[in-house]
Design a protein around this ligand. Structure first.
Ligand code: GLV
Ligand code: MN
Ligand code: MN
Length: 435
């Protein structure tokens, strides 16, 4: 299908931006084919854990697409990949966009991928419009936005923005059951990314502006019938690991009064987390225990050790910390009453990010030009943009996703919404690149 010219946004530098929605949707489908997920009747199931063969094949495919557009490609030591359309004044800080293509187990096909392939299509659309950008425009593919493999999200953008100590990161261990012995150093070397991690960091001011396109992963845009959200702040995530150690034994022979069952203690801990999170009464406080590894994991064996991963988020980090303090008081009580050991370790505790009022204004202006009323909103999901905000002015564009569903095979975003989000992204990048 030939791209249809769309109404150009208002403004002196406006020009017709034509997004090829058919190609973009077909590329999203191709990307969804790089997966190790079991097929699902609910939708398109995608599992693409960082540096697995599917991830590496997807990266190679994406590089071929970018090469076909004549973009200059650079990869850093952790696998963050940069696709640059060199501007007329190539020494100026570039304008950048991007997201991730890794997917948690049994996820959908739009999380992250819309920002990467939408970013590529935005660059193509700007090229087709005849724009010669003053600043370079760069598409960034981040490594491991999802915490699946190493237990920490946004690995690539944390290192890039200097938010994570590169001296520690190479020793990160596998977080998936059965892969605890692998380290980031080994895994990235095997994937062909051999440089030193300190070299990943980019300085403050490296980018003039950063804009990420993403599905909302919540229901508000759909409920309000609005096609575009402009993110004004990103909530602050934290994650912790708890290891509970009790005493195992024979499920028939070990008498109930003598038990020090680690899983029963873990169950109390999980319910304590839920109770104190609900007790804040705040819709913005959310906590999830998403993994629970039980050792030795046999139906006829009393659990002797359990490891839990907790994800807790809030727009107010002080309130998030108050929940943790209440949980710690319960942990102490559980430990004494059940005679088990409970160790807590912090994986990350991040601050929220505030988006740039200037980029938000540019986005508002672009939306007005398209006759679109955007919704200003907070992102409760985290994104690489949270860390890009440490080194650059940022904002995000959200598009609706059906029923707010994400991290599931039935995640869905309508082609028209993807196309509009991409068009808004393209116009915004074009305007920012002319500054
Ligand atoms: C990102 O995937 C998140 O968990 O918010
Ligand atoms: Mn995700
Ligand atoms: Mn995402």
């Amino acid at each position: 299908m030939q791209p249809e010219p769309q109404n150009p946004p208002a403004g002196a530098e406006s020009r017709a931006i034509a997004v090829d929605a058919t190609r973009l949707i077909s590329e999203l489908q191709t990307l969804a084919g790089f997966t190790s997920a079991e097929p699902s009747t609910a939708g398109t199931a995608v599992t693409r854990v960082v540096f697995t063969p599917d991830d590496l094949r997807a990266r190679a495919w994406l590089k071929r697409l970018a090469e076909a557009e004549g973009l200059a490609i650079r990869e850093d030591a952790v696998g963050n990949t940069f696709f640059r359309w060199v501007g007329a004044e190539s020494d100026l800080p570039a304008v950048a966009t991007g997201s991730h293509i890794d997917a948690i187990p049994h996820a959908g096909m739009y999380d992250g991928t819309v920002g990467v392939l939408g970013g590529l299509e935005a660059i193509r659309a700007l090229k087709r419009s005849g724009l010669r950008p003053r600043r370079s425009i760069e598409l960034v593919l981040f490594t491991s936005e999802e915490p699946t493999r190493f237990g920490i999200g946004c690995l690539g953008s944390r290192l890039l923005s200097g938010t994570l100590d590169p001296g520690k990161a190479d020793a990160f261990h596998g977080a998936q059951r059965g892969a605890e012995d692998e380290t980031l150093a080994q895994v990235r070397a095997a994937a062909g990314f051999a440089g030193t991690l300190p070299s990943v960091r980019l300085p403050q001011g490296h980018y003039h502006a950063w804009v990420e396109l993403h599905i909302e992963q919540g229901p508000l845009l759909e409920r309000e019938g609005l096609p575009i959200g402009i993110v004004t702040a990103i909530a602050a995530p934290a994650s912790y690991r708890f290891t509970i150690e009790g005493i195992g034994g024979h499920a028939g022979a070990l008498l109930m009064p003598d038990r020090r069952d680690a899983l029963c203690a873990a169950a109390e801990l999980i319910l304590s987390i839920e109770k104190h999170t609900l007790a804040t009464g705040a819709v913005d406080t959310v906590a999830t225990v998403g993994t629970c590894d039980v050792y030795p994991g046999a139906v006829n064996s009393v659990p002797s050790r359990v490891t839990l991963q907790l994800d807790i988020r809030d727009t107010d980090p002080a309130r998030r910390e108050r929940v943790m303090q209440a949980v710690r008081r319960d942990v102490e009580a559980i430990r004494v009453r059940r005679e088990v050991r409970i160790a807590e370790s912090l994986v990350n505790a991040d601050d929220p990010a505030i988006c740039s009022p200037h980029i938000v204004e540019v986005l508002d202006e672009v939306c007005r030009g398209y006759g679109v009323q955007p919704k200003h909103m907070v992102s409760r999901a985290y994104h690489d943009s949270l860390f890009m905000a440490r080194i650059a002015p940022i904002a995000m564009i959200f598009i609706p996703c059906r029923a707010g569903v994400s991290h599931r095979p039935d995640e869905y975003a309508a082609p028209a919404d993807i196309a509009l989000g991409t068009r808004v992204l393209a116009s915004t990048l074009g305007k920012l690149a002319s500054e």
